[in-house]
Design a protein around this ligand. Structure first.
Ligand code: FAD
Length: 395
C-alpha cells in the first residue's frame, strides 16, 4: 500500500483541530478523520486560559474567539458559610501574557473558527463520518482502519495523532493503558439565562463556591450562566436528570430564589486518568485521549491545546528534516510530566478545596492575596503558565 505523505489526525475536537492548524501553518499536509457527521455542538469546556489564548493568537484564532466570548479578568472563591472568601485578578501577571484574563467561550466556537480557517488550504483535508477503528505501524508508516458507517477501508500515512477524546480508539489500538480512577460522584451542569449579577452585584464571571455538602461553580458564558454541582453516589442518574432535582439544587444557590428558567441540564462522569505514554513510534496521543481530569480549574481542553502545540512544533521540524525523530520524545517527556504534576494535581486539589470549605481554606486564600509574590505565583499556576515553564525547563 502506498504511504500517503500526510499526517493523519483522529478527531476534530478543539485539540485535533489545533494540531491540524499548527501543522498546516508549517506546510505539513494533514487529513483529519472525524467520527461525527459534523463538528460537535456539545457544551463542555467554556474557559480558555491566558497562555492558550497566546497560542491560539499565533494560529490566527484568538481574535475571532475573543469576539464571541466574555473576558473574565477576575475570579472569586465564595462559600455558603462565609460569603466572599477571596478574589484574584490576572492583571497581576500582565507582564507574563498579552491576554491577562480567562476567556469564557464554548469550545464549539473554537472548532468552527479553526475549521473555517483551514478549509480551502491545499494541505488540509477533513473527512466526516470516518471513525478511526484501528492502527498498525512499521518503520515506513502507519496503517489506519477507517470505519464509514460499517464500510471499512485502510489508509497508510506517515504519522498518526490520536485526538479522539476520552474513549480514544487510537489509544486502544496502540494498547496504551489509561491509568487512574473514576470519582464516585458525577457532576451536573445546569445552564440558565438568569441574571445572577442582578441579585449578587459583586459577582464576577468565574466564581467557585465551597460547601462540604454541595459545592458549586457559577460560570458566565455569553447569554447564560453554567452552574455545576456534585451528585452523590446514592443519587441515581435518573433522579439527577429530573427537572425537579435541578430546580432543588438551583434553589440552594441564592437564598429566596427558586424559580429559574433552565436551558440545559447535563450529567457527566468524572475521571482522573493519564495514558502510560503519549508516544508510541509513529503515533501520538493528545488532549482527552492522553489525559482526563475533573473540570474544576478548566484545564482539560487547555492542557490538550498545549499538547497539540508542543507536538506539532516538533513534528513539523522532523517533517522538514530540521530535527531528528528523537526530538518527538521530548513531547512525551514534557507534556506527560506536567500533566501529572500540574493538571491532575491541581484539579484534584481544586475539588478538595471546595469540599473542605472551612476557615483554613479562607485563611490560605487571604494569606496569598495579602502577599504580592505569592499572588503572582498562584496566578501563574492557575493560569497554567507555570506548567508551560516547567515543561520548557525539562529540555
Ligand atoms: C462539564 C465540563 C466542563 C469542562 N470545562 C472545561 C473548561 O472550562 N476548560 C477546559 O480546558 N476543559 C474543560 N472541560 C474538558 C474539555 O471539555 C475536554 O478536555 C476537551 O473537550 C478535550 O478536547 P479533545 O479535542 O481532546 O476531545 P473531544 O472534545 O472529546 O473531541 C474528540 C473528537 O474526536 C471524535 N472522535 C471520537 N472517536 C473518534 C474516532 N474513533 N475516530 C475519529 N473521531 C473520533 C469525537 O466525535 C470528537 O469530535 C470540561 C469538561 C466537562 C465535562
Amino acid at each position: 500500500m502506498t504511504v500517503q505523505e500526510r499526517v493523519f489526525i483522529a478527531g476534530a475536537g478543539p485539540v485535533g483541530l489545533t494540531a491540524a492548524a499548527g501543522l498546516v501553518r508549517a506546510g505539513v499536509p494533514v487529513t483529519v478523520f472525524e467520527a461525527g457527521p459534523d463538528l460537535s455542538r456539545e457544551s463542555r469546556a467554556s474557559t480558555f486560559h491566558p497562555p492558550t489564548l497566546d497560542m491560539l493568537d499565533d494560529l490566527g484564532a484568538a481574535k475571532p474567539l475573543i469576539a464571541q466570548g466574555l473576558l473574565a479578568p477576575q475570579f472569586q472563591y465564595r462559600s455558603r458559610a462565609y460569603g466572599l472568601m477571596g478574589q484574584f485578578d490576572f492583571g497581576a501577571i500582565a507582564d507574563a501574557t498579552p491576554h491577562p484574563y480567562r476567556l469564557q467561550c464554548e469550545q464549539s466556537k473554537l472548532t468552527r473558527i479553526l475549521c473555517d480557517r483551514l478549509r480551502g488550504d491545499p494541505n488540509f483535508a477533513i473527512e466526516f463520518g470516518g471513525s478511526v477503528a484501528g492502527a498498525e505501524q512499521d518503520g515506513a508508516g502507519i496503517r489506519v482502519t477507517i470505519d464509514h458507517e460499517g464500510r471499512r477501508e485502510t489508509r497508510s500515512g506517515a504519522w498518526l495523532i490520536g485526538a479522539d477524546g476520552a474513549r480514544s480508539e487510537v489509544r486502544r489500538a496502540l494498547g496504551i493503558d489509561f491509568e487512574g480512577f473514576t470519582w464516585p460522584e458525577r457532576f451536573l451542569v445546569v445552564s440558565t439565562p438568569f441574571d445572577f449579577r442582578g441579585v449578587i452585584p459583586d459577582l464576577v464571571s468565574v466564581n467557585y463556591v465551597a460547601d462540604p455538602q454541595r459545592w458549586h461553580f457559577l460560570l458566565q458564558i455569553p447569554g447564560l450562566w453554567r452552574v455545576m454541582f456534585p451528585i452523590r453516589e446514592d443519587e441515581s442518574d435518573e433522579l439527577a436528570l429530573t427537572p425537579a432535582f435541578a430546580r432543588s439544587l438551583m434553589a440552594s444557590v441564592v437564598p429566596g430564589i427558586a424559580d429559574y428558567e433552565i436551558a440545559h441540564v447535563t450529567l457527566y462522569k468524572v475521571h482522573q486518568r493519564v495514558a502510560k505514554t503519549f508516544r508510541l513510534g509513529r503515533a501520538f496521543l493528545i488532549g482527552d485521549a492522553a489525559h482526563i481530569n475533573n473540570p474544576l480549574g478548566g484545564m482539560g481542553m487547555n492542557g490538550g491545546i498545549h499538547d497539540a502545540v508542543n507536538l506539532t512544533l516538533r513534528l513539523a521540524e522532523v517533517w522538514h528534516g530540521e530535527a531528528p525523530p528523537e526530538e518527538l520524545n521530548r513531547f512525551d517527556r514534557q507534556r506527560r510530566l506536567v500533566t501529572l504534576e500540574y493538571i491532575e494535581t491541581q484539579s484534584i486539589q481544586n475539588k478538595r478545596n471546595l469540599e473542605a470549605e472551612g476557615p483554613q481554606f479562607m485563611q490560605t486564600l487571604r494569606e496569598i492575596a495579602a502577599d504580592p509574590a505569592r499572588t503572582r505565583d498562584y496566578l501563574l499556576r492557575v493560569s497554567m503558565i507555570a506548567s508551560l515553564r516547567r515543561a520548557e525547563s525539562l529540555g
